[in-house]
Design a protein around this ligand. Structure first.
Ligand code: GDP
Ligand code: MG
Length: 625
């Protein structure tokens, strides 16, 4: 915070009246009257801007545009009574919101604010330096430009109530060290502001150039072809080529480029007068004399001087605000409705209180555990019936087993047919080596391992997907729980499928024993007892039939056993373990983190609440006007 205390009497703007005599005294009375009528409207818009309502809707504003060196800063200085940064190249590098408040009851005062900085002044000197510092902070040192607003509020007895935004001047050619496209950048920034219907465009044009060719006026004409919201200021009337005054008169009388809000000629300090340190107040006196003596312009009345300009601007702004009020009010109400309904759609965030949080956590976990248990029993379905899906997989497995039967028959037949030629060992002719037939079974079993594992994998993926879906659904407002359950499900399924795989492999190993107590088989065989014991008799021609009967038993065993192992480990056991894992969270000390909602939702909710607050305030202000 900076407070300037040394005040030089003459330079204090409120002393202007003493210096400028009666004419200004009369203006002051007129303005005091005007003040009561205009101030509430201008304040309303400034308050709305301060609230940030511009995020919801554009606000009625005056923006100042002009080519470089057209005299923009000079005009603003004359209006505000404060020296602003000037020089060659782009001097205004950020939009500067100049809020002028007329207040005869208080001492002159200025407040500069940008980002989170607020600097107070009680005299105009040095404001200039601080504006430059603000620009460096926002647009970087050097020659870049930025769209961030710097606000300079000036409270004084001699200013008009007025708020306007000064924009960077339009550069025709980049200065050394400036970005090549600086002209384009400034034009884009200007365009963004002037295209809004709510904006009054204040175009600053020097009298000593061909006004139709000035970039600023061209831009204004593009966005406001009818000239309904454009007001032009003609500067440097002292530099008009003798003889060209009539052209200026044509322009001022709206005969050349007609503008609804018209033209005002003002004369500010020339470079020489600045170099000679002429004060702004002296310059106003100088302007007065200049027009009084002017052969062509002296009779233009309200179309000349800074004083008339400021009155005209205030009036235009207030008219503009009044016109915009019904629409603004409507917009605020409709936006309020929208924000409220968006807030209603959002779930309330997690509770603040720890005990409540615990309760909530236990509720969501119980819900999840119940659902996953129901899912594992087939009581609920998620994205297709899990049991129907699994059954299809298990039927495929069965098909695979059936197919292997025909391969088996073939193999057995070959072994029988070619036994003596290809398989007989040292046993006597007519005797058979039982191992040869055992091998046939074992070889075929080996080819079934891969399909069995495939079935396991497919079902595991299926179950995992459904579990995941359930977790996403149940924990959609709790990213931590979603992540945690997903991770647990993944790990648990991984571990369970390893166990299931081991057990399936064990089953295959056991099948290699080639064993059955099956009664049908024993009846077919004509013997009570076990197949492994059956080696001593040559029944080669009976082998295919016997082995087929045995294979039926193997197929039946595998057809049931593999799906049962998969279901048990991947579904039933896994569900139980997942539930236990989830319950363990109830005993964690980290309930707050566990229940933390999606940061995006949190941000969104905060944003909506901010919007709601400012819209409610805006609504109040609009209704109280
Ligand atoms: P900006 O770049 O548009 O902000 O222009 P400035 O306000 O910095 O003015 C550019 C130059 O024109 C400065 O040297 C001013 O002194 C000069 N200037 C501004 N207004 C007038 C005027 O009415 N008469 C004369 N003679 N010079 C002026
Ligand atoms: Mg300037």
């Amino acid at each position: 915070m900076k407070v300037k205390r040394t005040v030089e009497f003459v330079k204090r703007p409120e002393n202007l009246f003493l210096l400028l005599g009666k004419d200004i005294e009369a203006t002051r009375m007129f303005q005091d009257e005007l003040q009561d009528k205009v101030r509430p409207f201008i304040d309303l818009i400034d308050d709305m801007r301060y609230l940030g309502i511009e995020e919801e809707m554009p606000l009625p504003t005056i923006v100042v545009v002009g080519d470089q060196s057209s005299g923009k800063s000079s005009v603003l200085e004359a209006l505000s009574g404060v020296s602003l940064p000037r020089g060659t190249g782009i001097v205004t590098r950020c939009p500067l919101l100049l809020k002028l408040c007329k207040d005869s009851s208080r001492a002159w005062r200025a407040v500069l604010s940008y980002s989170d900085k607020v600097i107070e002044f009680d005299e105009p000197e040095e404001i200039n330096d601080y504006v430059q510092e603000a620009q460096d902070a926002l647009a970087g040192e050097g020659d870049g430009i930025s769209d961030e607003l710097i606000t300079l509020k000036i409270t004084s007895s001699v200013v008009c109530d007025l708020t306007l935004i000064d924009l960077p001047g339009i550069a025709r050619v980049a200065m050394p060290g400036q970005p090549e496209n600086i002209g384009e950048q400034t034009k884009n920034l200007i365009h963004k502001h002037i295209k809004k219907e709510e904006t009054i465009i204040l175009v600053v044009v020097p009298c000593n150039v061909d006004i139709a060719t000035t970039e600023a006026l061209k831009m204004a004409q593009q966005v406001d072809p009818e000239g309904t919201r454009t007001l032009a200021i003609l500067t440097k009337p002292d530099l008009i080529d003798p003889g060209a005054e009539k052209n200026i008169l044509d322009i001022v009388h709206n005969r050349t480029i007609p503008l609804n809000l018209g033209y005002v000629i003002v004369k500010c300090r020339g470079q020489k007068q600045i170099d000679e340190d002429m004060s702004i107040s002296d310059a106003i006196e100088d302007e007065k004399k200049f027009f009084e003596r002017h052969k062509y312009f002296s009779s233009l009345q309200d179309k000349i001087t800074i004083k008339h300009l400021s009155t005209k601007l205030t009036k235009s702004l207030v008219d503009h605000i009044k016109k915009s009020l019904p629409r603004m009010s409507e917009k605020v109400k409709s936006q309020l409705g929208e924000v409220r309904s968006n807030l209603n759609k959002l779930k309330p965030g997690p509770p603040e209180d720890l005990a409540e949080m615990r309760k909530q956590l236990s509720l969501v976990i119980t819900e999840f555990n119940e659902k996953i248990t129901q899912l594992s029993k087939g009581d609920i379905t998620v994205q297709g019936n899990l049991f129907v899906l699994m059954r299809t997989e298990f039927q495929d497995w069965m098909e695979c087993l059936k197919k292997s039967k025909s391969n088996y028959h073939e193999a057995v037949k070959n072994v029988v047919d070619e036994y003596d030629d290809n398989h007989r060992g040292n046993e006597l002719p007519g005797f058979n080596n039982y191992r040869v037939f055992q091998n046939v079974v074992q070889n075929l079993l080996n080819t079934l391992k891969d399909p069995a594992i495939m079935t396991l994998q497919t079902v595991k993926d299926m179950v995992q997907k459904q579990f995941d879906h359930l977790s996403k659904d149940t924990f959609k407002d709790y990213p931590f729980l979603q992540h945690f359950s997903k991770r647990s499900i993944y790990d648990i399924q991984d571990q369970q499928s390893k166990i299931a795989m081991e057990r399936i492999m064990q089953q295959f190993e056991m099948e290699k024993l080639v064993y059955t107590q099956d009664e049908i088989f024993n009846v077919k065989n004509g013997l009570p007892g076990e197949t492994t014991a059956y080696t001593e008799q040559d029944k080669r021609d009976k082998y295919p039939e016997l082995l087929t009967a045995y294979y039926e038993i193997v197929v039946q065993r595998l057809a049931d056993q593999v799906p049962m192992l998969i279901q048990y480990f991947i579904l039933k056991e896994a569900t139980k373990i997942v539930c236990t894992e989830m319950l363990s969270l109830l005993y964690s000390n980290d309930t707050e983190r566990i229940l933390q909602e999606d940061p995006h939702i949190e941000t969104y909710r905060t944003k909506l609440h901010c919007q709601l607050d400012r819209l409610q305030l805006a609504n109040e202000k609009l209704s109280n006007l």
